[in-house]
Design a protein around this ligand. Structure first.
Ligand code: RIB
Ligand code: CA
Length: 313
């Protein structure tokens, strides 16, 4: 499976790279970075640090520095000032390429029609910009998996919105209406349920880099969940891209709330039960292509796979 990763590393983004690296039949073709957990300068430096540390031979293209239609807001309280829990370490020795993440995504999709898959685990600004550059992107990419949204569980960054979609609601809505033929959304409904307990972390050697960067992240989650451990959002999205049978889904037509005072950035769908032939019509995104939303996942299997992935040399 050949994959383009668009990310805002970010501690759980790092785990997603570990996860992909552990699968021999998977090739990370390229990485695009975006604002979100930290400013894009930081997420780009972290992507370069991670490709060096993990031995991932993939170009890193620097992406959008801010959302399409709102001021930049970042999340150092979750991922640390350096975006890797205080363990980013020395400056990378490699540099990002001279094209933007959006240009890289459009160029690679054109050059490999139907062959590349996209794993988007940060705000969707780059993917939205790539759609402006290459409107045929939905036909040129194969599978698209997006980590984002909260449908039948609360949000995380606000009561109703999940962080990736909240960081750029307009971009997320453009992606959901673009017509990707094989789009899977991995939201908080399955990621929160895949909580890795403190024991999972303590079972890793103290010298393990994933354990080191996870310390800050686990403290953040412990501070409001009232239990030790952390939520592996991005690696679960990576796992579902590689093995869709890890999850079960509902198919629906989705949109992002853009104007709600309390709900801006929320993922919405018309989930009412309407019998065939019902006189009532659906009232959300009825003109859009359907996407799959993950509703359950095999957490134990995933967490075992993740442990294996982060302990590989
Ligand atoms: O809501 C979780 C998502 O927001 C993850 O991608 C995490 O890295 C943050 O970007
Ligand atoms: Ca992320």
């Amino acid at each position: 499976m050949r994959i383009i990763v668009d990310a805002d590393p970010g501690i759980d983004d790092a785990l997603a790279l570990y996860y992909l690296r552990a699968h021999p039949d998977t090739e990370i073709v390229a990485i695009g970075t975006v604002h979100g957990n930290v400013p894009v300068e930081q997420s780009t430096a972290n992507a370069l640090r991670l490709t060096e540390r993990l031995g991932i031979k993939a170009p890193v293209a620097k992406g959008a520095a801010r959302p399409l239609a709102q001021p930049l807001m970042t999340a150092e309280d979750v991922h640390g000032e350096d975006g890797l829990g205080g363990h980013a370490g020395d400056d990378p020795t490699t540099t990002h390429t001279n094209e933007s993440a959006a240009e890289q995504l459009a160029r690679l999709a054109r050059a490999n029609p139907g062959e590349l898959n996209l794993l988007a685990i940060g705000p969707l600004t780059n993917v939205a910009l790539a759609l402006q550059i290459e409107p045929h992107l939905p036909r040129l990419l194969d599978k698209v998996v997006v980590m984002g949204g909260a449908l039948n569980v609360p949000g995380n960054i606000t009561s109703y919105a999940e962080a990736n979609f909240w960081h750029d609601p307009e971009a997320a809505d453009l992606v959901l209406q673009a017509g990707f033929e094989d789009l899977t959304i991995v939201g908080l409904d399955v990621t929160m349920a895949s909580h890795a307990p403190g024991e999972w972390l303590e079972a890793l050697p103290e010298t393990n880099y994933a354990r080191q960067i996870l310390g800050f992240y686990a403290d953040f989650y412990g501070s409001f969940l009232g239990r030790t451990g952390f939520v592996p959002h991005d690696p679960l999205a990576a796992a579902i891209l590689l093995d869709p049978d890890l999850a079960t889904y509902r198919e629906d037509r989705f949109a992002i709330e853009l104007t709600g005072r309390y709900t801006r950035g929320a993922l919405v769908a018309d989930q009412r039960f309407l019998a065939e032939g019902s006189p009532f019509g659906r009232d959300i995104a009825i003109e859009r292509t359907k996407a799959r939303y993950a509703v359950t996942a095999q957490h134990e299997i995933f967490l075992d796979q993740l442990r294996h992935a982060v302990t590989q040399p």
